[in-house]
Ligand binder design. Structure first.
Ligand SMILES: [Zn+2]
Length: 152
């Protein structure tokens, strides 16, 4: 994001929030001239990239989070509406807290936290479900320390 004052291309996000219609309002500060300005970005215009553990980047895909949640919640008393709202919450949280790239680990932690709050079985199941998605989201290993806190 280029500074409108001095054209420097490094800024830091000092505040951001998601409003309606997938618009993210970001308060930015130029790292060179330190002037501050606000940007309004449509989520589809600022696609997030996911940094996998091996360092490769793949486009962020909310459907992958949803698929993982659905598997973890299979035959659990959790409605499609709840799953959809968790996905939406995680998605907007990611867009608020990450500018361009998000480590896969951060996505995994958010999913874990959401599941921990709603269903213990789904929570524990989540890691094993994601082993099947290893090529897509390989954060299982990084989640092991968290899982150990919750013995089956
Ligand atoms: Zn500047």
């Amino acid at each position: 994001m280029m500074c409108p004052f001095c054209k420097h291309d490094e800024t830091k996000v000092i505040d951001s929030r998601t409003s309606q219609d997938y618009v993210i309002r970001r308060r930015r500060e130029c790292l060179r001239c330190e002037r501050r300005y606000t940007t309004y970005e449509k989520i589809e215009e600022s696609p997030l990239k996911v940094i996998k553990k091996d360092g490769t980047r793949i486009p962020f895909d909310r459907e992958k989070i949803k698929a993982g949640l659905e598997k973890a919640c299979y035959k659990r008393p959790i409605s499609a509406e709840i799953i959809e709202s968790i996905v939406a919450e995680i998605e907007s949280d990611l867009y608020e807290n990450f500018d361009r790239e998000v480590p896969s680990r951060d996505i995994g932690e958010r999913v874990m936290e959401a599941l921990r709050a709603i269903d213990h079985v789904a929570f524990v199941r989540f890691a094993s479900v994601y082993r099947e998605f290893k090529d897509v989201n390989d954060f299982v290993e990084e989640l092991q320390p968290i899982l150990r806190e919750f013995p089956r």
